[in-house]
Design a protein around this ligand. Structure first.
Ligand code: GDP
Ligand code: MG
Length: 220
């Protein structure tokens, strides 16, 4: 990064001004890809497609901070790629740890992932939002995890954000992203904000937005 280049320290990885990366982790089948698909394209697919790893890139304008590049990393939830998972944990600004309300094992996986994140990153630099997905499911349809119980642990003991959502109905999927962005001190992304999916991410360093007040100088 050029000396004297400025950016707002609270909201992006050093060396990547105005870029924020959200990483979705969780057991296979909990609905990580479905949440991202719902948020980005307002669609839902019943068919299950396995993800290896997928990076979605959005650019959007904020009222206060000019243009932002938002990266959303969708992961596989598979143990076959521990090195990939470790990389994704190291290069993240905020984490969505997703479980499904009908799958207690997936909540155990969230617990394990949190431990791994804290170990790799240290307690202070790991903004975590725990997401209970498939909130559309009723008890009779297999829901076994209650929001109140999980919330008590996540907010009370872990000091992390907790939200329930349903990629299927779309319920609170925006809330998932708002919780994540709030943790990196970004303004809310309203669903009506112009969204554009970049299929060809631009090389870093070009066309950086002009920066406004309360920026600090970062030397790298
Ligand atoms: P991933 O492995 O975590 O990426 O999970 P997917 O997004 O591929 O979803 C796994 C399966 O769960 C698919 O069959 C989805 O249709 C289904 N699914 C995802 N989200 C929801 C949801 O909110 N409610 C219900 N009932 N099913 C969902
Ligand atoms: Mg997936």
């Amino acid at each position: 990064m050029a000396p004297g280049h400025t950016h707002t320290t609270t909201m992006s990885t050093p060396g990547r001004p105005n870029t924020v990366r959200l990483v979705f982790l969780g057991a296979a089948g909990v609905g990580k890809s479905a949440l991202i698909l719902r948020f980005l394209h307002d669609r839902f697919e019943h068919k299950y497609t396995r993800t290896v790893e997928e990076l979605h890139v959005l650019e959007y304008d904020t009222t206060g901070s000019g243009k932002m590049r938002l990266e959303v990393l969708d992961t596989s939830g598979s143990y076959s790629f521990p090195a990939m998972r470790e990389l994704s944990i190291r290069h993240s600004d905020a984490f969505a740890l997703v479980y499904a309300v009908d799958d207690p094992g997936s909540l155990e996986e969230v617990r394990r992932l949190r431990d791994e994140i804290l170990e790799l990153r240290g307690d202070k630099s790991a903004p975590i939002t725990v997401v209970g997905n498939k909130a559309d499911l009723k008890d009779s349809e297999g829901r076994v995890l209650l929001a109140a119980d999980v919330m008590a642990t996540v907010e009370g003991e872990w000091d992390a954000n907790f939200v329930e959502a349903s990629a299927r109905t779309g319920g609170n999927t925006v809330g998932v992203f708002q919780a994540l962005l709030q943790q990196v001190n970004l303004p809310h992304l309203s669903p009506t904000v112009r969204r554009r999916r970049d299929t060809m991410p631009r090389p870093a360093g070009k066309k950086r937005p002009p920066l406004k007040k309360h920026n600090s100088c970062v030397l790298s």
